[in-house]
Design a protein. Structure first.
Length: 208
Protein backbone atom coordinates (compact mmCIF):
# COMPACT_ATOMS: atom_id res chain seq x y z
CA UNK A 1 0.00 0.00 0.00
CA UNK A 2 1.28 3.47 -0.87
CA UNK A 3 0.24 6.81 0.53
CA UNK A 4 -0.31 9.35 -2.22
CA UNK A 5 0.85 12.84 -1.16
CA UNK A 6 0.06 14.21 -4.56
CA UNK A 7 1.24 14.68 -5.59
CA UNK A 8 22.01 20.34 -6.24
CA UNK A 9 28.11 21.75 -5.90
CA UNK A 10 27.18 21.39 -9.56
CA UNK A 11 29.26 18.26 -10.04
CA UNK A 12 27.25 16.21 -7.61
CA UNK A 13 23.94 16.97 -9.25
CA UNK A 14 25.37 16.12 -12.65
CA UNK A 15 26.40 12.77 -11.20
CA UNK A 16 22.84 12.16 -10.11
CA UNK A 17 20.95 13.18 -13.21
CA UNK A 18 23.61 14.11 -15.79
CA UNK A 19 21.74 17.37 -16.29
CA UNK A 20 22.45 21.06 -16.86
CA UNK A 21 24.80 22.89 -14.46
CA UNK A 22 23.03 23.41 -11.21
CA UNK A 23 24.96 26.58 -10.50
CA UNK A 24 22.82 28.42 -13.06
CA UNK A 25 19.84 28.01 -10.81
CA UNK A 26 21.68 29.47 -7.84
CA UNK A 27 22.75 32.51 -9.87
CA UNK A 28 19.23 33.57 -10.78
CA UNK A 29 17.58 33.08 -7.44
CA UNK A 30 19.03 35.86 -5.28
CA UNK A 31 16.05 38.07 -5.92
CA UNK A 32 13.80 40.20 -3.73
CA UNK A 33 10.20 39.04 -3.21
CA UNK A 34 7.64 40.47 -5.60
CA UNK A 35 4.96 42.79 -4.26
CA UNK A 36 2.55 41.14 -6.66
CA UNK A 37 2.37 38.18 -4.30
CA UNK A 38 -0.29 38.30 -1.66
CA UNK A 39 1.66 37.91 1.54
CA UNK A 40 0.18 35.28 3.79
CA UNK A 41 2.06 36.83 6.73
CA UNK A 42 5.52 37.64 8.02
CA UNK A 43 8.03 35.10 9.37
CA UNK A 44 6.21 33.36 12.14
CA UNK A 45 7.86 31.88 15.26
CA UNK A 46 4.82 29.64 15.38
CA UNK A 47 6.32 27.42 12.68
CA UNK A 48 9.30 26.35 14.79
CA UNK A 49 6.98 25.87 17.73
CA UNK A 50 4.83 23.38 15.88
CA UNK A 51 5.31 19.84 17.16
CA UNK A 52 6.61 17.13 14.88
CA UNK A 53 3.71 15.09 13.56
CA UNK A 54 5.68 12.35 11.82
CA UNK A 55 4.41 8.77 12.06
CA UNK A 56 6.38 6.52 14.37
CA UNK A 57 7.19 2.86 14.75
CA UNK A 58 7.67 2.13 11.05
CA UNK A 59 10.04 -0.76 10.61
CA UNK A 60 12.28 -0.50 7.54
CA UNK A 61 10.66 -3.48 5.87
CA UNK A 62 7.19 -1.96 6.04
CA UNK A 63 7.93 1.68 5.27
CA UNK A 64 4.83 3.26 3.75
CA UNK A 65 6.39 5.70 1.32
CA UNK A 66 4.85 8.71 -0.38
CA UNK A 67 3.86 8.62 -4.01
CA UNK A 68 5.08 11.42 -6.26
CA UNK A 69 3.46 13.22 -9.15
CA UNK A 70 4.90 14.08 -12.55
CA UNK A 71 2.09 16.52 -13.35
CA UNK A 72 2.23 18.92 -10.40
CA UNK A 73 5.28 21.08 -11.14
CA UNK A 74 5.55 22.66 -14.61
CA UNK A 75 8.74 22.72 -16.67
CA UNK A 76 10.49 26.05 -15.98
CA UNK A 77 14.10 26.83 -16.88
CA UNK A 78 15.21 27.72 -13.35
CA UNK A 79 13.91 24.46 -11.82
CA UNK A 80 16.26 21.48 -11.67
CA UNK A 81 15.68 18.02 -10.26
CA UNK A 82 13.55 16.09 -12.70
CA UNK A 83 9.82 15.86 -13.14
CA UNK A 84 8.86 13.78 -10.09
CA UNK A 85 7.87 15.79 -7.02
CA UNK A 86 6.55 14.81 -3.61
CA UNK A 87 4.14 16.60 -1.30
CA UNK A 88 0.65 17.98 -1.10
CA UNK A 89 1.54 21.66 -1.54
CA UNK A 90 2.20 24.48 -1.45
CA UNK A 91 5.75 23.07 -1.11
CA UNK A 92 7.15 20.03 -2.94
CA UNK A 93 10.50 18.24 -2.87
CA UNK A 94 12.39 16.19 -5.42
CA UNK A 95 14.64 13.20 -4.80
CA UNK A 96 17.54 14.05 -7.13
CA UNK A 97 19.27 10.69 -6.63
CA UNK A 98 16.25 8.57 -7.47
CA UNK A 99 17.24 6.36 -10.40
CA UNK A 100 14.20 4.13 -10.89
CA UNK A 101 11.23 4.90 -13.11
CA UNK A 102 8.49 4.31 -10.54
CA UNK A 103 6.84 7.12 -8.59
CA UNK A 104 7.65 5.86 -5.08
CA UNK A 105 9.72 8.01 -2.70
CA UNK A 106 12.70 5.65 -2.66
CA UNK A 107 16.35 5.94 -3.73
CA UNK A 108 19.66 4.15 -3.24
CA UNK A 109 22.38 5.72 -1.09
CA UNK A 110 25.16 3.85 -2.92
CA UNK A 111 25.99 6.62 -5.46
CA UNK A 112 25.36 9.51 -3.03
CA UNK A 113 28.57 11.32 -1.92
CA UNK A 114 29.75 10.77 1.66
CA UNK A 115 30.74 13.62 3.96
CA UNK A 116 31.95 12.86 7.49
CA UNK A 117 30.48 9.39 7.22
CA UNK A 118 27.02 10.58 6.19
CA UNK A 119 25.45 10.58 2.76
CA UNK A 120 24.92 14.11 1.43
CA UNK A 121 22.08 14.09 -1.07
CA UNK A 122 21.20 17.07 -3.23
CA UNK A 123 17.51 17.81 -2.72
CA UNK A 124 15.56 20.43 -4.71
CA UNK A 125 12.46 22.20 -3.40
CA UNK A 126 9.73 24.21 -5.10
CA UNK A 127 6.62 26.07 -4.02
CA UNK A 128 3.56 27.39 -5.75
CA UNK A 129 3.80 30.93 -7.19
CA UNK A 130 0.82 31.90 -5.06
CA UNK A 131 2.55 31.08 -1.77
CA UNK A 132 4.48 33.86 -0.01
CA UNK A 133 5.87 33.34 3.45
CA UNK A 134 8.15 31.18 5.58
CA UNK A 135 8.77 27.46 5.13
CA UNK A 136 10.19 25.19 7.82
CA UNK A 137 11.61 21.74 6.99
CA UNK A 138 12.52 19.04 9.52
CA UNK A 139 12.86 15.26 9.38
CA UNK A 140 13.98 12.08 11.11
CA UNK A 141 14.00 8.31 10.85
CA UNK A 142 10.68 6.68 11.62
CA UNK A 143 12.15 3.72 13.49
CA UNK A 144 13.22 3.54 17.13
CA UNK A 145 16.58 5.17 16.37
CA UNK A 146 14.97 8.55 15.63
CA UNK A 147 18.06 9.42 13.57
CA UNK A 148 17.84 13.05 12.48
CA UNK A 149 17.97 14.34 8.95
CA UNK A 150 20.05 17.49 8.51
CA UNK A 151 19.55 20.12 5.83
CA UNK A 152 21.46 22.99 4.24
CA UNK A 153 20.54 25.72 1.78
CA UNK A 154 22.28 28.90 0.57
CA UNK A 155 25.68 27.91 1.93
CA UNK A 156 24.60 27.71 5.57
CA UNK A 157 25.86 24.90 7.75
CA UNK A 158 23.80 21.73 8.11
CA UNK A 159 21.02 21.97 10.64
CA UNK A 160 18.21 19.82 11.97
CA UNK A 161 15.80 22.38 10.53
CA UNK A 162 15.91 24.41 7.33
CA UNK A 163 14.07 27.67 6.89
CA UNK A 164 13.17 28.99 3.46
CA UNK A 165 11.10 31.95 2.37
CA UNK A 166 8.92 32.28 -0.70
CA UNK A 167 8.85 33.73 -3.26
CA UNK A 168 12.26 32.71 -4.63
CA UNK A 169 11.96 32.90 -8.40
CA UNK A 170 13.49 34.91 -11.28
CA UNK A 171 10.18 36.58 -12.13
CA UNK A 172 6.70 37.04 -10.73
CA UNK A 173 4.32 34.23 -11.57
CA UNK A 174 7.00 31.53 -11.68
CA UNK A 175 7.42 28.74 -9.17
CA UNK A 176 9.85 29.30 -6.30
CA UNK A 177 12.92 27.05 -6.33
CA UNK A 178 15.68 26.21 -3.84
CA UNK A 179 18.70 23.94 -4.06
CA UNK A 180 19.59 22.16 -0.83
CA UNK A 181 21.58 19.33 0.69
CA UNK A 182 20.07 16.66 2.90
CA UNK A 183 22.31 14.53 5.13
CA UNK A 184 20.92 11.00 5.39
CA UNK A 185 22.53 8.97 8.22
CA UNK A 186 21.99 5.60 6.57
CA UNK A 187 19.46 3.25 5.03
CA UNK A 188 15.98 3.35 6.49
CA UNK A 189 12.54 4.88 6.48
CA UNK A 190 12.41 8.65 6.98
CA UNK A 191 9.76 11.32 7.34
CA UNK A 192 10.04 14.97 6.37
CA UNK A 193 7.68 17.52 7.88
CA UNK A 194 7.08 20.69 5.85
CA UNK A 195 5.44 23.55 7.76
CA UNK A 196 4.05 26.67 6.11
CA UNK A 197 1.57 29.35 7.09
CA UNK A 198 -1.05 27.25 5.33
CA UNK A 199 -0.50 24.07 7.32
CA UNK A 200 1.70 20.99 7.62
CA UNK A 201 2.51 18.31 5.08
CA UNK A 202 4.41 15.06 5.48
CA UNK A 203 6.58 13.17 2.97
CA UNK A 204 7.86 9.67 3.78
CA UNK A 205 10.78 8.21 1.82
CA UNK A 206 12.92 5.12 1.99
CA UNK A 207 16.69 5.16 1.49
CA UNK A 208 18.26 1.80 0.64
Amino acid sequence: MRVCLTCLCEEEFAMAKHSSPFGIALAVLALAPSHEHLMAGQDSPALIQRPMKLPSGSADDRCTTSLGSRRTVPVQSHIFGGDLWFGTGPVYLGLAWKATNDDDATFSLDPVPVQAGVRQAKTPWVSLPSYSGPILIRGRALDASNRTLRFRASGAGPSESMQLRAPQAPAAGLWSFWASDMWVPGPGCYGIQIDTLLGTEIVVFRAT
